[in-house]
Design a protein around this ligand. Structure first.
Ligand code: UDP
Length: 472
């Protein structure tokens, strides 16, 4: 029998949502538990199956691990499966991904040959039916990589949601091209979810679309509170900071791979940090140039650009090339500039250790930057805001929903304006009181808007609407 294939299952934890009470308070927790009860009544023992393209690395993996953990803790049978693909498949999906961000990506075409490569995933993922999916089950398909599954699942009688985590505020030729490639796969879904209203493509006007921004887990190794000594010990164990008499870390055993000149950073010097995948949309190169050229050396700050080892993210074929370009650029800097910039690869072998190091680095940062050229949401922004860090970030995509300029961070209207970027960073380095004020407000804003209870309640509503539409 042919039908949708069986992508590999990803193990998901079970996290009791009541652990959130100290953060969200009793009222919000009650609302969450009430909506979980309604979902359980609606679904009975049926699972909510999520499908994405990678179990580690990047925002979607980060999001699913935590959201599904809480959903399971609330008694909802949430599952997660990942598809596989050939390097050619992921080259095509990366082109689509870049296109949805309004960029040509590697400049290659999206024509009939690419469609054949894309649809070959149906065969390469195996020809068994998608696990136990039965008529009426709910499947949430994330992003373009597994979108080919949508029509197959619809044919099978599943209730299918396509959730798109990427997008651009104003369509251009590249986004139009990517949408015309994707349209036939995603249009048949029964509901569509976007992080921002401006990301919804024209052909979905009038369709049932839900706007659900992402959220972060305040209790995960990535975001849980961490004392200052623990931060320093973790960063010293990872070799980012000088040991300076700090003890051993029980949580960090692997070294970060570093490109630097002049040894580890002093534990008490100011640092500017961007944590991102090695993706052109994150503009690590622009951060480096903007910092070196426009943040005065007399402020004493160092820049740390950190990301996963470029082989660590399966669906991201561009990462190695972007990393190589960064290495080349770094080597081309004069020695004095090289001393001010470190490139860091944080090992991905142990996701909890990776998350713990990112947590320590974000907390230790004097200023966090996210100078993306386009961004679906930008979890790294919410993560830093939750840690009360002052953030300087581009006013693109979902970042503009997170930061209120001048209140809970600094927004850059033109991400390509390196002078404005450098000036904003320099201003915060020189004004710790202002940095603290922005950081305090940032944490409050994340508590109000970007925690999992709000996110799960919106999902519960979507499932209820879906069920109602299905019975109508
Ligand atoms: N991340 C990580 N280790 C790294 C680099 C990134 O854990 O070395 C995480 C980061 O903390 C965030 C996610 O990957 O949780 C990136 O999500 P975001 O929405 O910022 O961007 P995306 O990668 O989805 O484009």
């Amino acid at each position: 029998m042919s039908g949708p294939p069986t992508p590999a299952r990803v193990p998901v934890g079970v996290v009791d949502p009541r652990h959130l009470e100290p953060v969200v308070g009793p009222h919000r927790l009650r609302e969450l538990l009430d909506s979980a009860r309604r979902v359980r009544a609606l679904l009975g023992s049926r699972p909510v199956v999520n499908v994405s393209s990678t179990a580690t690395g990047g925002g979607v993996a980060e999001l699913l691990q935590m959201l599904l953990g809480y959903a399971r803790g609330a008694g909802v049978a949430a599952e997660w499966r990942v598809i596989t693909g050939s390097p050619e498949f992921f080259a095509v999906t990366k082109r689509i991904h870049n296109g949805l961000y309004g960029s040509p990506g590697d400049g290659g075409p999206l024509g009939a040959a690419e469609r054949r490569i894309y649809e070959r995933a149906i065969a390469t993922n195996g020809d068994r039916p998608l696990g136990s999916i039965r008529r009426g089950d709910v499947v949430v398909v994330h992003d373009p990589q597994p979108a080919w599954l949508v029509p197959l699942l619809v044919d099978r009688g599943a209730r299918v949601v396509w959730r798109c985590h990427v997008g651009i505020d104003a369509a251009n030729e590249w986004s139009e091209r990517a949408w015309s490639f994707l349209r036939r796969y995603v249009e048949p879904a029964h509901a569509h979810v976007f992080s921002r209203a401006s990301f919804v493509p024209g052909f979905l006007a009038g369709a049932p679309v839900a706007i659900i921004p992402p959220s972060i887990d305040p209790l995960s190794p990535k975001n849980a509170s961490m004392s200052r000594p623990a931060q320093r010990t973790a960063l010293a164990a990872a070799m980012l900071l000088r040991r300076d008499g700090l003890g051993r870390s029980r949580r960090v055993t692997r070294h970060v791979h570093l490109l630097r000149e002049g040894g580890a950073l002093p534990a008490d010097g100011p640092i500017v940090v961007q944590v991102s995948r090695w993706d052109r949309m994150k503009d690590m190169r622009g951060v480096l140039d903007g910092f070196v050229e426009h943040v005065p050396p007399r402020l004493g700050a160092r820049l740390v650009l950190a990301g996963p080892a470029p082989t660590g993210v399966a669906d991201d074929p561009e990462a190695a090339a972007v990393w190589d370009e960064m290495v080349e650029r770094w080597h081309s800097l004069p020695t004095v500039a090289r001393r001010r910039v470190q490139l860091a690869l944080i090992p991905m072998d142990d996701p909890d250790e990776n998350a713990y190091v990112v947590n320590a680095l974000q907390r230790h940062a004097t200023v966090v930057v996210q100078k993306s050229l386009a961004e679906g949401f930008g979890l790294t922004v919410a993560e830093a805001m939750w840690k009360s860090r002052p953030v300087v970030a581009s006013a693109v995509g979902g970042i503009a929903d997170q930061i209120v300029d001048g209140e809970s961070g600094v927004l850059l209207d033109d991400p390509s304006d390196l002078g404005a970027f450098g000036a904003a960073v320099a201003r915060l380095l020189a004004d710790p009181a202002e940095a603290r004020r922005l950081g305090r407000n940032a944490r409050r804003r994340v508590r109000e808007r970007f925690l999992p209870d709000r996110h799960l309640i919106q999902y519960a509503k979507l499932l209820a609407d879906l069920a109602e539409a299905g019975s109508g």
